[in-house]
Write a protein that binds this ligand. Sequence first.
Ligand code: SF4
Ligand code: SF4
Length: 356
Amino acid sequence: MKSQVFLAKVEDGASVEAQVEALQKLYDAADLNRIVAKRDFVAIKFHVGEKHNTTHVKPALIRRIVDLAKAAGGQPFLTETSTLYKGERENAVKHILHAQQHGFGIEQTGAPFIMADGLTGNTEYELPINGELHKSVKVAREVVGADALIVVSHATGHPLTGFGACIKNIGMGLASRMGKMREHSAMKPEINAGKCRYCQKCIQWCPQDAIIEQDGKAFILTEKCIGCGECLAVCRFDSVKYDWNAESGFTQKSMAEHAYGIVKNKAGKSIFINVLIDMTNDCDCFSVNQEKCIPDIGIVASFDPVAVDQASLDLTAAQHGKTLAELAHAHNDATIQIRHAAKVGMGSLDYELITL
Ligand code: SF4
Ligand code: SF4
């Protein structure tokens, strides 16, 4: 049976008010609030954007979701996990203070920000999945403890996975630190010394202190590297070599299996909202202000996390001729994550688009 995906369109450059109006239309048409029962703890998972990022999901959208969850009798809270890379979101204290600075404080949104994986990312819970790569996955504990889950994802390109939206927001974004490391474990990058200018940015961002100086260039100590990909993400001189075909595939599949664990845990109690506005080549983890690479489309929502990502890619292709993933990182086959998620039983690639 086809899954339903609802689309509320917006004009390119839509105001925040127009975005909130589109979101409300989705709630009304799809009855999204039906997943919330009285007194439910409702986890709202989204990305607040790294320092300097301005294209992240807007606080007013989150505020509306909080208000709607409260109206249904729920107890909503905003939630996230710590990043592997060093930045404003590397632990609970920095992350919550940073979220406040980006407009996601309790005064603005009406809900507290509670880290799903504790102070430093190791408050976790192991969920059995019997997947192709993993028999069980390690995810952020507080999401498992919540009664309902609302996943709000900003659709972007991504240097490692090609595309970042719902599956990535759950699979990477709600994995514990151990889970994230496992997702990156197949990736072992090397430095191309001929291109390296020894700017030291990768050294600054490497979470394992696995990069040292050797003959005036950066050098990766393979035995310390956990394959998180941050050096690749921050190098501006294309000096980090990485086997995209072999490694991205593993990360995408592992990410999909981590997402599956959570979706299975929240069966019938989760909704998935993708924001196709201010879409950029790279994700909101980049500490820069990015230009959007494709005109705004609107907001899509579904009870099926696979269908909502497939529809998001298809809508960008209809808009531009290429999908957002092809446009942003053509070397990466971003459909691996979606196809694998469907294969393990997380949702359907087949959907019916209902345009409001
Ligand atoms: S970020 Fe790139 S150029 Fe700078 S030191 Fe690292 S590998 Fe070299
Ligand atoms: S060297 Fe390894 S651990 Fe360090 S940033 Fe690069 S991929 Fe991550």
